[in-house]
Design a protein around this ligand. Sequence first.
Ligand code: UDP
Ligand code: MG
Length: 317
Amino acid sequence: MSSVVCSIVIPMYNEEEVIEETYRRLKKVMDQSGESYELLFINDGSRDRSAEIIAGLAESDETVRLVDFSRNFGHQIAVTAGMDYAQGQAVVIIDADLQDPPEVIPRMLEKWREGYDVVYGKRIRRQGETAFKKVTAYLYYRFLNLLTNGNIPKDTGDFRLIDRKVCDAMKQLPEKNRFLRGMINWVGFRQAAVEYVRDERWAGETKYPLKKMLKFAADGIFSFTYKPLKLATYIGFILSTSGFLYLLYVLYLRLFTSRTLTGWASIIAVNLVFNGITLVILGIIGEYVGRIYEEVKGRPLYIVRKVIGFKDNEEEN
Ligand code: UDP
Ligand code: MG
């Protein structure tokens, strides 16, 4: 059993501009806290000098560890690797760009000492983010809550502390499309929130372009509920009922009055709308089928190129 009390997991992807400052800020906070700790950096296939910088720091600082991926696997996977490699009794997940202030960690540790197993950071305000991101995030979390019956806390990111018990439980969830903030909630245990103001990115730019963000948002929904599949049933039911009623009306006109209905334009319109709905529903089914396919392949979540700073592995490297 290791003697480390607190592991700090820091996923990083092309963060050479901030990573040294992040190291300094974390170091300062953790030294003041008086706990034994490790700083576990996961290099998610950065194409810049992030990994070299951390490897350099590890030479003179034995609290620094590096897990170096063979390529970019994505933020959620990097955090997962962090949980796999962390040795501490408490594991803190924090972004590399200093948007999650390290100074909040002691407050999380305090709650943990009070007996909470998950202490998540709740953003009461976000600084320096676009109105678009704030509005979409606000709406998204409410929509997700509606779909998942309020099981995922609103306005929280991955900035949180989890106890060893939770970390071990998470290792039993091997799913490929990972929405960690929901999964951690799913495993349960005693949860508490710590409120904080989310800062601006210290340097560099976001590593979550719109495309990645949409994929992530889709994971939140499709990995947590199959309600979207029921949409087909509901829409189908409504449409076929109204179609049948309309048919009765048309028959009535034909048999009992002298009026006839004309109009191929309306037929085309109805056709386009209904075909559109069918395709959307096929797409939704496709989302689930694609996810099943990924699970069935059973590939590992990530591939590690090398690790640095872990005592047990020293000879291998
Ligand atoms: N990140 C990562 N792999 C990726 C994208 C991002 O490890 O493919 C890391 C990134 O270095 C940062 C964290 O995930 O530490 C959050 O990313 P970012 O700050 O770019 O996202 P945002 O705060 O803009 O949503
Ligand atoms: Mg950020």
